[in-house]
Design a protein around this ligand. Structure first.
Ligand code: F6R
Length: 607
């Protein structure tokens, strides 16, 4: 979603800001802008569209070593130039960019109106520029003006503020991430670690309630009430700087094909083949907690929720204790009962998903312990949970999640094995599973050597009015993930159902030629899935069948795509691959923007 980049240093700010915006693009946005201070005045340029569109309207030379920049994903007010950030106060003394939502902005706007100040945009953010400017006019310093203004707000903010005639930036965070990067004689601000890694590895993640005063070669942090806060320096991992496209046509393509290596990273050092168990040291789970936990609850949104659902099934199968996967936004609003002895797992690629963060806070408030299953190191969820497992997918830049999904599934599989081995999972069964898990990266590579007739599947999909996805057990969840991918990338309405449920409703949709994707690996539910396939075919539908290599059911699909055989509990790691490729190729065929589908954001930081 919205992205912030700020710079104060010894270099020309504009190219650094524009490059920062470019590296934030993957988060999803609809308009973008920049403000640069040349020491005399502050120049602002904004446009609806992409960073490339902004570049096209920038004057040839904009001098200045201090500036702020933003990518906006509209929440309050349409996608217009006037609503695009940075926003300025009436006299131009304050310019700011804001991520998050100011809940009481209507009331604040009325207050400004009474003082004769009219907002020009429809945004909630603009009020802040006017309020801060009023404090400056009444004699407060930039830092004090921001602190005083923030004390009157309700909502969430990541803020980066530029003041005319002041050689500094002020930043603040509450519920929307903001990171300060310290270089040599220059300081950077970003809502995301990616754009920082090309400049510095030394960063400070602001905490909720922090306000930072940023100068060229130093910064200091206080609370909203003005108390000093001790910054805690984090050194970013090198890997986060390496997410360049290289020769790949799109990030999604690159990330799909990175899955074997990403999976190796996730598994490495975390399994004990001899004992047939997992070893997730970062979770800090003692034996007693594992043995005594009454149940496990998992949280996530979108693809992460589907990975959590697969985790639920594996935890129940291996651990023989109840497990439930919840959609974070539902969980947090349903006043769910929290048992402090249970294990809670928050699953998220970005580690910044607002709904999941709110659910974690709700659990923690009620005494529950939450463990993160997260990709982005140092992200809000990782820090909020304090313990958990990094899935180590490396940077995922395409909006559609691919390699994070398979690594979430792998991390949860390892957790389920560890839990299972403290209970009823036998050493032999544990060993067999670990052996197959270690084979999975190689089997992914084997599939990628021959991906099957994806093109023929795309022929069926790209003209479809809607597509039905079916599977049973673990494959019912894989079907949901496949439907989500195709829907979000190709904009084709997709419905996913457990195959046994099809006859209770969705079968009414089928007519001659309707494409139906059936996920039927060789597990104990395959025969039942095949019954649904026959019912589908009897209505004239065209079946795209995902099956295991060498299985005679291949003859049953109108288009049949084979994946290598694997342990029945690990099939999602392979059956999801053709579904990812089908979504990618269909989107391309339809001329969609595969890496940045319309209306979507990579990091969903508003509830
Ligand atoms: C789908 C997709 C989204 C995310 C969801 C959660 O391809 O990417 O559904 O999975 O927004 O995001 P994270 O995992 O960052 O919490």
């Amino acid at each position: 979603m919205c992205g912030i980049f700020g710079y104060i240093g010894h270099q020309q700010a504009l190219p650094i800001l524009v490059e920062g915006l470019r590296r934030l693009e993957y988060r999803g946005y609809d308009s973008t802008g920049v403000a640069v201070d040349d020491g005399q005045s502050i120049q602002t340029h904004k446009t609806v569209g992409k960073v490339a569109d902004l570049k096209a309207i920038l004057p040839p030379s904009v001098q200045g070593t201090l500036g702020i920049a933003h990518t906006r994903w509209a929440t309050h007010g349409g996608v217009t130039q006037v609503n695009t950030h940075p926003h300025a106060s009436e006299a131009g003394t304050v310019h700011l960019v804001h991520n998050g939502i100011i809940e009481n902005y209507q009331q604040l706007r009325k207050g400004l109106l009474k003082r004769g100040i009219e907002c020009v945009s429809e945004t909630d953010s603009e009020v802040l520029a006017h309020m801060i400017a009023l404090e400056i006019e009444s004699g407060s310093t930039p830092l004090e003006s921001v602190q005083k203004t923030l004390r009157r707000l309700r909502g969430t903010w990541g803020l980066c503020i530029l003041f005319k005639e002041h050689d500094l930036l002020v930043c603040a965070r509450n519920g929307s991430p903001l990171i300060i990067g310290q270089g040599e004689g220059e300081t950077f601000v970003s809502s995301d670690p990616h754009p920082l890694t090309t400049h510095t590895q030394r960063v400070v993640y602001l905490e909720d309630g922090d306000v930072a005063l940023i100068k060229r070669d130093s910064f200091s942090i206080t609370s909203i009430r003005g108390h000093a806060v001790e910054p805690s320096i984090t050194v970013l991992e090198e890997a986060w700087g390496e997410a360049e496209l290289g020769d790949a046509p799109h990030y999604m393509y690159k990330e799909i094909y990175e899955q074997p290596d990403a999976l190796r990273q996730c598994i490495a050092g975390r399994v004990d083949r001899e004992m047939g168990t997992g070893r997730l040291g970062g979770m800090g789970l003692d034996h007693a907690t594992l043995v005594q936990a009454p149940h496990v609850r998992l949280l996530g949104c979108g693809t992460a929720a589907y990975a959590a659902e697969i985790g639920q099934t594996l935890i129940e199968r291996m651990g023989r204790i109840p497990a439930v996967a919840h959609i974070s936004s539902e969980f947090r609003n349903n006043d769910t009962v929290i048992n402090p002895k249970a294990i809670y797992l928050a699953v998220s690629q970005s580690g910044e998903t607002a709904d999941t963060i709110s659910a974690i806070k709700e659990i923690q408030l009620k005494g529950g312990q939450v463990f993160g299953v997260v990709n982005v190191v140092g992200s809000t969820i990782a820090r909020l949970c304090g313990q958990g497992v990094y899935i180590h997918s490396g940077p995922e830049q395409s909006v559609a999640s691919t390699k994070a999904f398979t690594n979430m599934v792998a991390a949860l599989t390892i957790f389920a094995t560890q839990l299972g081995r403290t209970r009823h999972l036998s050493k032999d069964d544990g060993r067999e599973l670990i052996h197959h898990l270690q084979q999975a990266p190689h089997l992914m590579e084997t599939y990628f050597e021959d991906t099957g007739p994806i093109g023929e599947a795309v022929d069926l999909l790209c003209d479809a009015q809607s597509v039905l996805f079916l599977g049973r057990g673990l494959s019912a969840t894989v079907a949901k993930e496949g439907a989500l991918k195709l829907m979000e990338l190709a904009y084709i309405p997709c419905l996913a159902y457990p195959a046994g449920e099809m006859k209770h409703g969705p079968i009414a949709l089928l007519e001659e030629g309707s494409p139906v994707v059936v996920v039927a690996p060789n597990d104990h539910l395959k025969e039942k899935t095949m019954s649904a396939l026959h019912e589908v075919k009897a209505r004239g539908a065209k079946v795209i069948l995902i099956h295991e290599k060498g299985d005679s059911i291949a003859a049953e699909g109108d288009v049949s795509i084979a994946v290598p055989s694997i342990h029945p509990w690990l099939t999602p790691l392979l059956t999801v691959l053709p579904l990812q490729l089908m979504a990618y190729e269909t989107a391309l065929r339809l001329g969609r923007d595969v890496d940045r589908p319309r209306n979507l954001a990579k990091s969903v930081t508003v509830e």
